[in-house]
Design a protein around this ligand. Structure first.
Ligand code: ADP
Length: 334
């Protein structure tokens, strides 16, 4: 049998290896951590399962990771699923009836739960019972299945799309925000340690500046820089190796990728900087509206390159500067 402790790290899932397992390893989001620790300590003192929790924020900010740490702290099992994966009531019943007391049920993308499933979830969350209807028409009867007291942890990138009855059934809701650059630097340093690769402080800075303030992106870029260092360099990630790796990926100094720049360029060159409606912009860039809303726009707005106005999307002066396009004021507003 292979000794896991000396097996190369590639043998284990890398992403799993990089995922923080304790509060100490989970960098940033201090307010959320403080609140969660209180909620967890209080539940433990009362000897009760944790209240249902909802996390929202962009993809890669650490919602899943938080849920794992919570389970660990509570000494509970965690069962992972996602909104679209629960298609039928039977799927939900199978999941819920298999949970033990205090287990954590993590539902990713919980804004994509269908309405019928939601209706069944309400009594499950509130009274820990599932009312299953058996048969059809006048012969139909309801069977009440008692459930163990579990904790639902929901995660979503779109909190506005969660119906208010569902939202109200969570005991606490937390918004994860983009990370400070200093925190991303800490994450890169820690991950480099786990990957067993040397990295110069200037390279840490460079990668962190281009990581979209997001841990998942930071880890992804670090892995690419490591590949580059192994193939083109001596295995050490220097500033110049990091820069070459990121240039090859077409990620610029602001962390913009090809797709981000294309959106800004379209906004500026085809629509004179906007304002332009989401639908039109999606059509002009051949992007899904959802991708614009969830992936591109939050970061472009965070950088101050794009504004959402009631009239539509607008490129800011900063965006023109970044792309090296002469800013003539916003033509459509003149
Ligand atoms: P989400 O569920 O919000 O999409 P994840 O929890 O899957 O994000 O996080 C993506 C990756 O980023 C994780 O595997 C982990 O390695 C890293 N990560 C996320 N948050 C943190 C953090 N606060 N500190 C260190 N690493 C983090």
């Amino acid at each position: 049998m292979k000794n896991l402790s000396i097996a190369p790290i590639q043998d284990i899932s890398l992403d799993q290896a990089l995922r923080p397992k304790t509060w100490a390893e989970y960098v940033g989001q201090e307010k959320i951590k403080r609140n969660l620790r209180i909620i967890i300590d209080a539940a433990k003192k009362r000897g009760e399962p944790l209240e249902h929790l909802l996390f929202y924020g962009n993809s890669g900010l650490g919602k899943t990771t938080l849920s794992h740490i919570i389970a660990q702290e509570m000494g509970a099992n965690i069962r992972m699923t996602s909104g679209p994966a629960i298609e039928r009531v039977g799927d939900l019943a199978a999941i819920l009836t298999n949970l033990s007391e205090g287990d954590i049920l993590f539902i990713d993308e919980c804004h994509r739960l269908n309405r019928i499933i939601e209706e069944y979830l309400y009594p499950a969350m509130e009274d820990f019972k599932l009312n299953i209807i058996i048969g059809k028409g006048p012969m139909a009867s309801t069977m009440e299945l008692p459930l163990k007291r579990f904790t639902l942890v929901g995660a979503t990138t779109k909190v506005a799309m969660i119906s208010s009855p569902l939202r109200n059934r969570f005991g606490a809701t937390f918004q994860l925000s983009f990370y400070e650059t200093g925190d991303i630097e800490k994450i890169i340093q820690r991950s480099a340690g786990i990957l067993g690769v040397g990295i110069e402080p200037e390279a840490v800075k460079l990668i962190s500046q281009r990581s979209r303030f997001t841990p998942r992106v930071a880890n992804r870029l670090l892995k690419r820089a490591r590949d580059f260092a192994q193939v083109e360099g001596q295995g050490l990630i220097t500033e110049s190796i990091a820069k070459k790796a990121l240039d090859l990926l077409e990620i610029d100094e602001a962390g913009l990728e090809f797709g981000d720049r294309r959106i800004l360029e379209t906004l500026i060159t085809k629509f004179e900087g906007g304002p332009v409606g989401l639908q039109t912009l999606a059509a002009a860039t051949s992007e899904e509206q959802d991708a614009l809303l969830d992936i591109y726009e939050p970061y472009l707005m965070q950088l101050g390159f794009m504004e959402r106005t009631p009239q539509g999307r607008k490129a800011t002066k900063l965006a023109y500067l970044h792309l090296g396009i002469k800013y003539k004021g916003n033509q459509n507003l003149l």
